[in-house]
Design a protein around this ligand. Structure first.
Ligand SMILES: Cc1cc2nc3c(=O)[nH]c(=O)nc-3n(C[C@H](O)[C@H](O)[C@H](O)COP(=O)(O)OP(=O)(O)OC[C@H]3O[C@@H](n4cnc5c(N)ncnc54)[C@H](O)[C@@H]3O)c2cc1C
Length: 501
């Protein structure tokens, strides 16, 4: 690929910095992708543009009390850097791990913070992307060109979370807070809190604040599945006692976890009722037989249609058991001056209402894309294995797994992108685009993810914005690490689905 430090655009006659590869986002995906690029294609001139003031992405944005991973860090961490702490990690621990990756691999000099990308335009005349960003500190515009865009911007809008509109919200005299924008000045002592939602965020936040506030109520429309366990991996502890090297422990524990997750997913599909019984049994063991488990902790959907949050050391359920937290399963009728009126007619008093109601999914970082001057709507494209899009040249998107750790796919996609870039160089190609082959033309086009397979609210609300999926493995994000880990390295880059120029 062409390595040119500076080019001159004929129209603007101004100096525009050029890169072989431009990575969008300095979250766990962007930093991992940069690492692989430096290892697999040393000498590639690349830059990471990040709108926030530091790295971390999700782990920088979310600052609510208790913020932690719900996957284990052996698989949420990278394949190449051992995780040496407890498997469920705080955001601080994840950021410090990422900071070590940046320092150990000299990546900091490639990252430009506070650069929010607003537009990206592909020109077939030059075979380049022109990327227009704005500096968040000075509002100064910055224009760069790149041969290849590596999209690591995640899947939701970092600037604001999703809050539904409830009747009379404006009448509530207390404070309404979304966990994605947790205020630094919030006073919890002796306050009554209602947390709306029962996903991973609510499950993390509630035990972290239950001791500080007067009382916290988790208000849910319907129950969610949880897994309960110790925040430790026995095998890792044993191997450490035996003074096995951390690199080995990381690899062995990763394999064990992946093996067990695969078995668990298969069981969820083969015997959902049995799995359901076991998951609910873990909660009954903490809360006891007198607690109304049927009403508050028995979901209507099958396990694994939504991500199952892990509750380390049963902390959420211990908060409920202690009486500091409680669960209400009901629907909101309206807000009142002093809290929430429920459809059952009951009321909940609150000083603070926390809307743990999820994210606003966004497509490729809210960037306005255009190809040869024509605005690009990703919903008009078909995805190539959840990484590339028909008709969109020189671009890959890292969209991880929901049922397995996101980062497993970051590593797989990185190997693929590096192989593709090397292949282009060998062929002397300046452009690669995926296209449906003759045998794909009558293929049914479906939504990005099958709602029968995975259906959380933020996906269902916005599925129409996402690229389409076909019914063949090439044309979908399978959400299945265990098949993709074998399929991706075997992708034939000379298949007719790849068109080079
Ligand atoms: C609270 C929470 C907990 C989670 N826990 C887990 C877990 O335990 N396990 C798991 O597998 N997944 C988890 N997830 C999902 C999680 O988002 C991903 O696993 C992972 O962190 C995503 O990493 P990423 O780098 O792809 O994207 P992000 O973390 O979203 O980072 C993307 C970065 O790109 C930047 N960016 C976006 N648009 C632009 C733009 N236009 N210009 C410049 N920069 C831009 C953003 O500022 C951000 O820093 C969790 C999500 C949340 C919200």
């Amino acid at each position: 690929m062409n390595v040119v430090a500076k080019t001159h655009t004929a129209s603007a006659a101004q100096s525009v910095e050029h890169f072989d590869v431009l990575i969008v986002g300095a979250g766990i995906s962007g930093i991992g992708s940069a690492y692989h690029l430096t290892r697999q294609l040393p000498g590639t001139r690349f830059v990471i543009l990040e709108s926030q003031e530091s790295f971390g992405g999700t782990w920088l944005t979310h600052k609510y009390p208790g913020i932690r991973s719900d996957s284990d860090l052996h698989t949420f961490g990278y394949s190449f850097k051992p995780w040496v702490g407890p498997p469920i990690a705080t955001s601080e621990e994840i950021k410090s791990y990422m900071g070590e990756v940046i320092a150990e691999n000299d990546l900091a000099r490639h990252i430009r913070y506070q650069h929010r990308i607003e537009r990206a335009s592909w020109s077939s005349a030059t075979n380049l992307w022109t990327v227009e960003a704005v500096r968040e500190d000075s509002l100064e515009p910055v224009t760069l060109t790149a041969n290849f865009l590596w999209m690591c911007q995640g899947y939701y809008r970092h600037s604001e979370g999703y809050t539904p509109e409830w009747k009379d919200m404006d009448k509530f005299k207390g404070r309404v807070v979304h966990p994605q924008r947790w205020p630094e000045d919030i006073e919890l002592k002796d306050r009554k809190l209602v947390v709306i939602g029962s996903g991973a965020t609510a499950a993390t936040l509630i035990p972290a604040i239950a001791d500080q506030c007067g009382h916290v109520t988790m208000l849910q429309r319907s129950p969610t599945y949880f897994r309960v366990g110790r925040n430790a991996i026995e095998l890792a502890e044993t191997l450490r006692q035996l003074q096995v090297k951390e690199e080995w422990i990381h690899e062995i524990v990763r394999r064990k976890i992946l093996f067990e997750q695969d078995a668990f997913t298969r069981r969820c599909i083969a015997e959902p009722e049995q799995v359901k019984k076991e998951l609910i049994g873990q909660i009954t063991a903490v809360l006891g037989p007198d607690y109304d488990i049927e009403k508050h902790f028995t979901p209507k959907y099958r396990p694994w249609r939504q991500r199952i949050a892990f509750v380390p050391d049963a902390d959420l359920f211990l908060s409920v058991k202690s009486g500091k937290a409680s669960v209400v399963t009901d629907e909101i009728d309206r807000f009142t001056e002093t809290g929430i009126r429920l459809k059952s007619g009951d009321t909940l008093d609150a000083d603070i209402i926390v809307t743990a109601t999820g994210f606003n999914l966004n497509v490729l970082g809210d960037i306005a894309f255009a190809i040869d001057g024509k605005p690009l709507d990703f919903a008009d494209t078909v995805t190539y294995r959840g990484m590339m899009f028909t008709g969109v040249p020189n671009m890959a998107w890292v969209f991880g797994y929901f049922r397995a750790s996101w980062t497993l796919r970051t590593d797989l996609v990185a190997d693929f992108v590096c192989r593709l870039l090397a292949h282009m160089k060998n062929r002397g190609a300046k452009k690669v685009v995926t296209a449906l082959r003759p045998e794909d033309h009558n293929m049914p086009l479906l939504s990005w993810i099958d709602p029968e397979n995975f259906n959380p609210g933020y996906m269902m609300r916005n599925m129409h914005l996402l690229p389409k999926r076909g019914d063949k493995p090439e044309w979908q994000h399978s959400q299945d690490y265990w098949t993709e880990k074998d399929q991706f390295p075997a992708i034939d880059l000379d298949d007719a689905a790849f068109v080079y120029d």
